[in-house]
Design a protein around this ligand. Structure first.
Ligand code: AKG
Ligand code: FE2
Length: 424
């Protein structure tokens, strides 16, 4: 192991990474109130465990399929973060051209495709996410609060522009900002979407987000780590946690669709669902024709810095509650937790590395609690670290970043969304 690698090994008490985490822990824990774990759900307990900065969590109970793959040995050593290939019971259901698919008997509908995306395609997807996708007309988290130039934040940043990005609120008359809307986001309704309440979803009020009054003009390089998400396809309204179908849809990038289709058609769905007795509603037996009917039309690109987490949640905004959700991991590795229909189900921890694909499908998996409690520091694989061509700036950004491309199908096959009649 090289000296840089051992210096980064968070579990080695002699390493710089360990000493830094310990120092920070001692500093911040001095004034911390004693908290009781009395009423934590099993999901919350797991989140707390993996979020802990010091001592760093052991990953011996985390499924890490790369740990059983000699071709990924270098990746697995990174930062001292290593799970175990046998930590969780799963079954290999396909192996072809060096690619494999695994299923989990205790989470029917969950599929893991380790290293499914080649290093070359990982780079293509990262470039696409930042350079082409995270800009208008696709919304990002920054648009509500900043006037991001049309060329997109990444492109402004990469030409080393010094020009500050201005707050959106500066352009508004403060008296015109609706009262009571500048505080925390209020959730209006979080009912799972379905064919039955679809019309209601269409007409529910979806007020625009209120720009922050406190953000300051910020340089592109300071704003880049604040980029948190970029919308794909149908617009998503975060205030109501519903899609805003009245705004129309932006086409999903063909290259991305192709990657997702390849992942879906790699899975032998019969192995998962042939004997499945759960309630599929109107979508019964749809899995038999997914290879032809799967058509993603929405999603999100998540950008995580190493301190970011994604709390336990259920993706219930899609009208179709069974169609495959394809989730692609790029850059730094992360701990992903997937549980059941309540937070009381103990979640399964899975270590996701760059190039891994998770598919959540079917009625038992599509709407379960899941989250990302930890991005693992110093885990960028060497194939994304090497400079060259246009890659240097991406490599630098990825040192502390994980990108997740989360792609969904909102409507079941045959469902005709009548949206033209609604005014935009
Ligand atoms: O980052 C991930 O792996 C999961 C993201 C996710 O669950 C979501 O975007 O809904
Ligand atoms: Fe999710």
């Amino acid at each position: 192991m090289s000296s840089t690698l051992s210096a980064n090994n968070i579990h080695d008490p002699h390493s710089a990474a360990y000493k830094k985490a310990r120092k920070k822990f001692l500093k911040t824990s001095k004034n911390r109130a004693e908290s009781s774990d009395f009423d934590w759900t099993p999901f919350r307990t797991a989140e707390k465990k993996f979020k802990a900065r010091f001592p760093p969590p052991a990953l011996s109970n985390v499924l890490d399929l790369a740990a059983g793959d000699p071709s990924r040995a270098d990746e697995v050593q990174r930062g001292g973060w290593m799970g175990r290939a046998d930590a969780v019971e799963c079954r290999e259901i396909r192996c072809m051209d060096g690619k494999k698919a695994y299923m989990f008997d205790h989470v029917p509908g969950l599929v893991l495709l380790p290293g499914f995306i080649s290093p070359k395609d990982q780079k293509t997807l990262v470039r696409w996410s930042l350079r082409e996708h995270a800009k208008q007309p696709n919304e990002t988290n920054l648009d509500a609060h900043y006037l991001i130039p049309e060329e997109g934040l990444w492109n402004v940043y990469s030409r080393q522009s010094e020009e500050k990005i201005q707050p959106r609120a500066a352009t508004l008359n403060p008296d015109a900002i609706p009262e009571g809307q500048s505080g925390p986001r209020q959730l209006i309704s979080n009912e799972p979407a379905s064919k039955e309440n679809y019309t209601e979803l269409l007409t529910a009020a979806k007020p625009p987000p209120v720009p922050s009054l406190t953000v300051k003009p910020t340089s592109p390089s300071d704003l880049i780590p604040k980029l948190r998400w970029a919308n794909i396809g149908w617009y998503y309204h975060w205030g109501t946690k519903q899609y805003d179908f009245t705004r129309g849809k932006i086409d999903v990038n063909e290259g991305l669709k192709e990657v997702c289709r390849e992942a879906v058609s790699f899975v032998p769905w019969r192995e998962l669902f042939e004997n499945d007795k759960s309630d599929w509603g109107d979508e019964i037996n749809d899995w038999r024709i997914w290879n032809e009917t799967y058509e993603p039309d929405a999603g999100i690109v998540n950008f995580y810095q190493t301190k970011d987490t994604l709390m336990a949640h259920v993706d219930r905004s899609e009208v179709c509650a069974t169609s495959p959700l394809v989730s692609i991991s790029l850059g730094c590795a992360a701990v992903f937790l997937i549980g059941g229909h309540t937070r009381d189900v103990e979640p399964t921890p899975i270590l996701l590395r760059s190039g891994d694909v998770v598919i959540m499908s079917g009625p038992q998996c599509r709407r379960v609690y899941h989250g990302v409690p930890r991005i693992l520091e110093n885990t960028l694989p060497s194939h994304l670290e090497e400079p060259g061509e246009d890659w240097d700036l991406f490599a630098q950004y990825l040192q502390t970043t994980r990108v997740n491309i989360n792609v969904r199908q909102v409507f079941p096959k045959g469902f005709d969304p009548v949206i033209d009649s609604f005014p935009s």
